[in-house]
Design a protein around this ligand. Structure first.
Ligand SMILES: [Cu+2]
Length: 98
């Protein structure tokens, strides 16, 4: 990626990177089941961050949700839910699923 950006020149490279980011980047909020203590969000966060294509994770114990920013050219909503379910926290999409 870096060499491609240099080849195109700085301005063109930035524009290209911005276009690619807005095309593939997506934000969802997941309802996460089974959070029973304040350590649970940490486990969920670490799990989601290991999924390829996930850029940002924010888990709230108070609202039992996880906000995830991911690249939908690399991963899917199903993969995110599977990852949390695999460590004991089944999740469903609350927002951003369509
Ligand atoms: Cu816990």
């Amino acid at each position: 990626m870096r060499s491609r950006l240099i080849g195109l020149g700085f301005g063109a490279g930035l524009a290209l990177a911005a276009a690619a980011a807005s095309a593939a980047q997506r934000e969802v909020v997941l309802d996460v089941a089974n959070m029973s203590c304040p350590a649970c969000p940490y486990i969920i966060e670490q799990t989601l961050k290991k999924v390829d294509g996930v850029h940002e994770v924010e888990v709230s114990y108070e609202t039992k949700t996880a906000r995830v920013v991911f690249d939908d050219a690399v991963t899917t909503l199903g993969a995110l839910s599977e990852a949390t379910a695999a460590v004991g926290f089944p999740s469903t999409v609350r927002e951003g699923g369509s």
